[in-house]
Write a protein that binds this ligand. Structure first.
Ligand code: ADP
Length: 272
């Protein structure tokens, strides 16, 4: 099994969900059996108890699970019914570990975030069957709630082999109108934060209001230590359903296939 792990930096709501869903669709159109997992680091067990004014619509899956609206993006982009297995929240993981502790399943050991919570997370990630699993970690790198999930995927990479993993980090580069320039510093700092916890991104996806200039793209590549052709700019589009096609035109499927050694089939989908 191959994994694409999508993390986010700088700020939330930058389009990790749309990028993950689009990437999944693109790979599916090229004959890869893709599945997706959305990780939500909040302590709610599911999105059913969350105020829609705060968090957006609740998406109800085929099997009656009340999920984050991102699962709706996945279902629409991928054309595959989502189930409760496609979403994991910190609340679910903590609840399960504490239940097991009460049942004596840890045989008297001290129950800890590492390894008990991380093992539970890794088991749930492993349980999803696919040739390629796209795992989107919600929130922003540096958030206290997200740390345990990043640690779990770092361990998973060590256990399953580096060659089976691609870490894609989605960031935002703001444009300063007063000085007419793009600012890459927040992106550099979020990549450093990721490295500090032992994850080296293989790909950086730069979201921006307008297309980035070449020097700024080069700067992101240099400071992130990512090859220049693995730095991808995704400016705002009018319609998010265009994103899979934009990624296809950039040859993202080929880059991912070459890094992960996945075989692609010729797409029969009419992209126009
Ligand atoms: P995240 O998963 O990072 O919180 P989402 O993928 O849910 O972010 O996107 C947040 C909002 O930004 C959504 O309303 C989405 O429609 C919009 N969006 C995402 N990507 C783009 C893009 N490339 N162009 C324009 N709008 C986008």
């Amino acid at each position: 099994k191959k994994y694409v792990i999508v993390t986010g930096g700088v700020l939330s709501g930058i389009g990790k969900g749309i990028f993950s869903a689009s990437l999944a669709r693109l790979m599916k159109e090229h004959g890869v059996d893709v599945n997706v997992l959305k990780i939500d680091p909040y302590l709610n067990v599911d999105a059913g108890t969350m105020n829609p004014n705060q968090h957006g619509e609740v998406f109800v899956t085929e099997d009656g699970y009340e999920a984050d609206l991102d699962l709706g993006h996945y279902e629409r982009f991928l054309g595959r019914d989502m189930t409760r297995q496609n979403n994991m929240t910190a609340g679910q993981v903590y609840l399960r570990v504490i239940e097991k502790e009460r049942q004596g399943k840890y045989l008297g050991n001290t129950v800890q975030i590492v390894p008990h919570l991380t093992e539970e997370i890794k088991d749930r990630i492993r349980a999803l069957e696919a040739e390629l699993l796209v795992v989107e970690i919600g929130g922003t790198v540096g958030d206290i709630e997200g740390e345990v999930f990043l640690e779990a995927v770092r361990e998973l990479q060590m256990e399953e082999g580096k060659e089976n993993f691609l870490f894609a980090h989605v960031t935002y580069v703001p444009y300063l109108r007063t000085t007419n320039e793009f600012k890459t510093k927040p992106t550099q700092q979020s990549v450093q934060l990721l490295r500090r916890i032992g994850i080296t991104p293989d790909m950086v996806i730069v979201r921006s209001e307008f297309p980035l200039d070449v020097p700024s793209m080069n700067k992101v590549a240099l400071f992130s230590g990512v090859p220049r052709d693995f730095v991808i700019n995704l400016p705002d589009t009018k319609n998010v359903y265009e994103v899979p096609e934009i990624l296809r035109d950039m040859g993202l499927h080929e880059k991912i296939a070459s890094k992960l050694n996945v075989e692609l089939k010729k797409s029969t989908f009419n992209w126009s």
